[in-house]
Structure formats: C-alpha cells, structure tokens
Ligand binder design. Structure first.
Ligand SMILES: [Zn+2]
Length: 72
C-alpha cells in the first residue's frame, strides 16, 4: 500500500483506536485515521494532507500516535 498522506510506500499496522486504520510510513512516521477522515484525505491536495497530519501530530499527546479524525 501507499501512504495516504505522502503517497510513498507504507505498510498497514494495528490501530490503537478501534474505529481507525493505522499506517506506518518512512516519511510520515506512524499515524492513524478514522474511516471518514480517510475518505476526506482522498479528496484533499497533497499539502492539505500534510497539514492535516501536522495538526494531528501537534494535538496528539506526548508519545501517542497521531490520530486524524473530524476532517473537513
Ligand atoms: Zn507518508
């Protein structure tokens, strides 16, 4: 699979949040997103997806994996 944020090769990993899908990407690190957020990511431009991940990283608790949800 490819990372939904940066489109580079990535692999699926077990999600912490039950409603989420998690991705391990060499470029973005580990992140996860809810189903609706993934659907929204698919409609966003590359820089918007990067921005959404950055936002999730800033808002994630120390040491926690960023979780993208409630986009758009
Ligand atoms: Zn990535």
């Amino acid at each position: 699979m490819h990372c939904l944020i940066c489109s580079r090769p990535a692999k699926p990993i077990p999600a912490i949040n039950q409603i989420a899908s998690a991705t391990a990407c060499e470029h973005c690190g580990e992140w996860e997103a809810s189903g609706p957020a993934i659907a929204t990511l698919a409609t966003m431009a590359g820089h918007q997806r990067m921005q959404a991940l950055r936002h999730a990283q800033v808002n994630s608790f120390m040491g926690r994996r960023p979780f993208l949800h409630g986009l758009g």
